[in-house]
Unconditional design. Structure first.
Length: 274
């Protein structure tokens, strides 16, 4: 029944940036939702071309997207949310499932801006949704029940890992995973530069660094083991890895990574005015 529901469901996006594209790509790559059942709006043509290339319908009218959609993703900048919801509220019905991906905008704020009784969920995805390897966390508003949560899970399952948690976890997830992909890219870049320093060509070093990150991530996810155990498995007494790890500890990698998650989480909370 869920597969049937997904095949028939109409999905809309207000906002056509990278996050909207990542989610849309993940949904479409699964084959569960046809491109013809997806519509996206944006004020300019700048980002709409890549959606048209996927066969998705596009418009400049936010209200039109709401009117033809059952599940509506709000994928605009946080400061734009009040004006967008003021614009579309007249056509939002109790049957709409509103999913916000705006960092820092709380469920209470969204429900206060929408008509009474609106079904709202808050979602924080990350960029790897575009290759179906995202990490997504959502929470439910006061009217969204298990059915809406299950529908959202089914819709997004092809985007990667989908978890539900309390709203307090959303900003933490932003700091850990939403922003965290950039931390991983910085580490991969630094590792490749280290290899270049030691004499390896840059292109080769970057390919190997990318595969190292991919392989390590898949092993961590699929093995179910704690990162510390996998790290210990790589170390041999007096070997190369323990010398490298010592250098990372001297450089403060662990404290810097923890600090990065904390700083990004606090910034997400600031964006929400908390």
């Amino acid at each position: 029944k869920m597969e049937q529901d997904l095949r028939e469901i109409k999905v809309g996006f207000i906002g056509a940036g990278k996050m909207a594209h990542g989610i849309a790509q993940g949904i479409l790559l699964s084959g569960k939702v046809s491109p013809g059942n997806v519509m996206v709006s944006a004020p300019s043509l700048n980002n709409l071309g890549k959606f048209k290339d996927c066969g998705v319908r596009t418009t400049h009218c936010n209200t039109e997207v709401v009117q033809v959609s059952q599940v509506l993703f709000l994928a605009v900048k946080p400061h734009v949310i009040p004006s967008v919801l003021q614009e579309v509220s007249a056509v939002v019905t109790p049957q709409h499932i509103i999913v916000s991906v705006a960092a820092g905008v709380t469920i209470a704020t969204l429900e206060g801006l929408l008509p009474t009784g609106s079904m709202v969920l808050r979602l924080m995805p990350n960029l790897p949704c575009v290759v179906q390897e995202g990490a997504l966390l959502f929470c439910r508003g006061s009217r969204a029940g298990p059915g809406e949560a299950g529908l959202l899970r089914g819709l997004l399952s092809s985007c990667g890992l989908v978890e539900e948690g309390p709203e307090a976890f959303i900003d933490i997830h932003t700091g850990l995973s939403g922003s965290g992909v950039a931390y991983v890219y910085m580490l991969a870049e630094a590792m490749a530069e280290g290899a270049v320093k030691m004499g390896m060509p840059s292109a080769l070093a970057n390919r190997i660094a990318a595969q190292t990150v991919l392989g390590a991530g898949r092993l961590l996810r699929d093995s179910g083991q704690h990162p510390a155990q996998l790290r210990a498995d790589v170390c041999t007494p007096g070997g190369t890895t323990i010398f490298g790890l010592h250098a990372l500890e001297r450089g403060g990698l662990r404290a810097a990574a923890m600090g990065a998650v904390e700083a990004a989480t606090e910034r997400a909370r600031e964006l929400g005015g908390k």
